[in-house]
Ligand binder design. Structure first.
Ligand code: PEP
Length: 255
């Protein structure tokens, strides 16, 4: 049996998106470090923009309470891909890489296939993928939420070795809840998490479980109820991660 990340601490990840210069990032990290508990019950992950990764790592100065990841990478390791960043380039700075965020899928046109190639590249580089999945408002209205979550999770994980699946985290992020102030209910989050856990169990013959995060307008006020949804083991936070007090409040709610 491979290690069981599902039973480890919850993961609270802050996706800063296209915000923060290196100097601003340093300020946010300093402020966050001042507000986190000495030993948070959750694993804390910051996902700054590429240009602020080094500044964040430096500012953390080896503080073991916070880990660092990237928001995206290219699926090739190197080559003529102007403007892109590869997983091996990120490896000296990061532990995690987010792939398949809905803004990449829907604004940048990334298909399930491209997301999968990125996830493979992250694994090959020795990093930990966070695979984001989730339905649009139209898909929700059409009643195909679970089918979309299953398709995206399967496309991201099918064919991986059991140990590789065990290195993945899956974030359920309904697209209609991202940055909108609307959240899924804990029951919605639990239903999607159940689909993901079922896919993982099937693909790994029951050998591993992964952490499933919920994302979409998480705040300190709603974090505790969303984090207590069955099968949910953490949160992917956008807007509220740009404020140290709010993000620290969400981390505290995970305890
Ligand atoms: C996100 O960007 O992954 C996200 C969940 O954003 P927000 O928390 O702002 O909805």
């Amino acid at each position: 049996m491979t290690p069981d990340p599902w039973r480890k601490a919850p993961l609270i990840a802050g996706n800063w998106k296209m915000h923060k210069t290196p100097a601003e990032a340093r300020g946010l990290v300093r402020s966050l470090l001042g507000q986190l508990a000495a030993e948070p019950a959750a694993e804390v992950l910051l996902l700054p923009p590429f240009t602020a990764l080094e500044a964040v790592v430096e500012e953390l100065g080896g503080d073991t309470r916070v880990r660092v990841g990237a928001q995206n990478c290219h699926h090739e390791a190197a080559g003529a891909f102007t403007g892109e960043i590869s997983a091996p380039m990120l490896a000296p700075l990061c532990d995690y890489v987010l792939v398949g965020h809905s803004e990449r899928r829907h604004l940048m046109g990334e298909s399930d296939n491209v997301v999968r190639r990125k996830l493979d590249a992250v694994l090959v580089a020795g990093l930990l993928p966070v695979l984001a999945v989730g339905e649009t408002a139209a898909e929700r209205s059409a009643g195909v939420t679970e089918a979309v979550v299953e398709r995206q999770a399967r496309a991201g994980l099918e064919g991986l070795a059991i140990g590789e699946i065990g290195r993945c985290t899956v974030a359920y992020e309904p697209v209609w809840a991202i940055g909108t102030g609307a959240t899924a209910t804990p029951d919605d989050a639990a239903a999607a998490a159940a689909v993901i856990h079922r896919v993982v169990a099937e693909l790994s013959s029951g050998e591993v479980e992964v952490r499933v995060l919920y994302g979409g307008s998480v705040t300190p006020a709603n974090a505790a109820s969303l984090l207590s949804a069955p099968g949910v083991r953490g949160a992917l936070v956008g807007g509220a991660s740009l404020r140290a007090d709010e993000f620290a409040g969400i981390v505290a709610a995970a305890g």
